[in-house]
Each structure stands twice: as structure tokens, then as C-alpha cells.
Design a protein around this ligand. Structure first.
Ligand code: ZN
Length: 282
């Protein structure tokens, strides 16, 4: 079955279909072009509910482009939309939220950041029509996943293509790691990310993500143990295995890690941009 799931999702978005493809029991998907973080160029719109006739929920209709919004309207083939559900407030997830003319539901912290009116505020544990909201802050303050009997719509918790950026200005690395653990504890097998193909072995992917972030954190701690370092020096040391073109993004991720370590009293910034592992500069 998971092999089948993989085949229904486009590996690359160039061959993205214009129709809704079944991806899990009661869930269909359509990838629409969005202004998102390369190498991803599309955001998956998930449609939860019956294949025909009954009302459906549309998760993250993110495309701001009218031609892409039109593809979604045509793919829905007149099925009524009970509500638009948003995983979080980023533009590539909300760009087409108002275009469907349906009520938009999201977490209160997402609602605060959007101009589109939110008809219902969702929170952890809210359940409707077989969908359960799971609060997963970290990538964004109001991030929600939507769990059904067969799969979890994972938003930007994990990616089937590219990477998840935890931005120091609005993300929180400690919360993100805790949210990865939350999803792992719920044990959903099939994860449906906003970018890229479905993830058949969800628990393995979540463990991989947690291990990867912990590996980076350990490298930062080890680098600081060797002595005071500038932000640039830390990037060069911690992300030595990452192409230089990605270092500006790596620096943002590094800052999110450092913010976590500072809160834990494992890193200190006595002078802006210079980091140590001890509370004393002596
Ligand atoms: Zn995002």
C-alpha cells in the first residue's frame, strides 16, 4: 500500500497532476506551485473527506497564484468545502486560503498573524469529522498537524523534499524537538508533508529528524568546548558537511540552536556574535 502511495505523488513537481490523487483513506492530494523554500517549489493541498458529494476539509491551500487556485477549484469539482484548515501562517500555506470562499480555521497563534479572518480557533485535541488537531509548535508558534485514522497531515514538521527551517526570529528549536517527540509518541505510520511525497515510515523519519538536530547541537557544544567562537566560525565548523551556498540558511538554523542552548545555560553570548560555553569570560 505504501508503495502505491509513493507512486501517486509526484517525485518532482514538474509532473504535478491537476487532479486530486488518493494518498490515504479519505485523503486526496494536489501539489500547487507556491513561493516556498527551494528545492521545493510546490505546497501539497490535502483534501479530507468523501471522494464525491459530501463536504470536505481543505488543508493548506497555499498558492497565491490565481491559475493554481483555479486548478484546485476545478479539481474539487463542485464538492462543498466545510472549512479550510491551516497548519500554520507561512505564506506558502495560506496564500489561497480566502480564495475558496469557505470559513478558515486555524490555531489562535496563527490567527494573530493573518489578515484573513479565522472563523474558528483550533487547539490541541480538538476533533471534528474524524480529524484530530495535534499542537506541534516550533517551526511556527501556532503549528498544528491534522490526524485522521489513516495518516497525519504534517504541515512543515517534516518534509518529503528539502528541509524544515527553524528560523530564530519566529521558530523555537526546543519546542520543535518536543513536537517531533509528540508526533513520534502518537505513532502514526503515514506522514503527509506539505512539501514532497508522502512519508511511509513516519516514526523512522521522525527519529531521523530528532537525531539530525541533536547531531548539530552536539557539534555546537563540542565547538564551544574548544573555545570562544564567532557565529561565522561556528557555521563553518558545525556545517562543514553542508554546501557553502546553504550557509546563510545554516546560520539561521544555528542561531535557533544557540537560542535553545543559551536558555539551557549551555552557551553564552558575552559580546554580540561571540559565543562561549561558560558563564564567565575569564
Ligand atoms: Zn512553514
Amino acid at each position: 500500500m505504501y508503495e502505491q502511495v509513493r507512486k501517486t505523488l509526484p517525485a518532482s513537481a514538474h509532473d504535478a497532476p491537476r487532479t486530486l490523487a488518493p494518498v490515504a483513506p479519505g485523503i486526496r492530494v494536489l501539489a500547487l506551485k507556491t513561493p516556498t523554500l527551494p528545492p521545493a517549489a510546490h505546497t501539497n493541498v490535502y483534501v479530507v473527506g468523501p471522494d464525491a458529494d459530501g463536504p470536505v476539509y481543505v488543508v493548506d491551500p497555499g498558492s497565491p497564484y490565481p491559475d493554481q487556485q483555479q486548478i484546485l477549484v476545478e479539481a474539487l469539482a463542485g464538492q462543498p468545502v466545510a472549512a479550510v484548515l491551516l497548519t500554520h501562517h507561512h505564506g506558502d500555506h495560506v496564500g489561497g486560503a480566502a480564495a475558496l470562499g469557505a470559513p478558515v480555521w486555524a490555531h489562535a497563534a496563527t490567527a494573530r498573524r493573518l489578515r484573513v479572518p479565522i472563523a474558528r480557533e483550533l487547539a490541541d485535541g480538538h476533533t471534528f469529522d474524524g480529524i484530530t488537531c495535534v499542537f506541534t509548535p516550533g517551526h511556527a508558534e501556532g503549528h498544528l498537524c491534522f490526524e485522521t485514522a489513516g495518516a497525519t497531515i504534517a504541515g512543515d514538521m517534516v518534509a518529503g523534499l528539502g528541509t524544515i527551517l527553524i528560523d530564530p526570529d519566529e521558530g523555537d528549536m526546543a519546542l520543535y524537538l518536543a513536537s517531533l517527540q509528540t508526533l513520534l509518541a502518537r505513532g502514526t505510520q503515514l506522514l503527509l508533508p506539505a512539501h514532497g511525497p508522502a512519508i511511509a515510515d513516519g516514526p523512522a523519519k521522525l527519529r531521523e529528524y530528532i537525531a539530525h538536530r541533536m547531531m548539530r547541537e552536539e557539534r555546537i557544544v563540542a565547538a564551544l568546548a574548544r573555545g570562544e567562537a564567532s557565529t561565522d566560525e561556528l557555521v563553518a565548523s558545525v556545517y562543514a558537511d553542508t554546501p557553502r551556498i546553504l550557509w546563510p540558511l545554516a546560520e539561521r538554523s544555528l542561531r535557533a540552536h544557540l537560542a535553545k542552548l543559551v536558555r539551557e545555560h549551555r552557551a553564552f553570548e558575552h559580546v554580540p556574535g561571540r559565543w562561549t560555553s561558560t558563564g564567565s569570560s575569564l
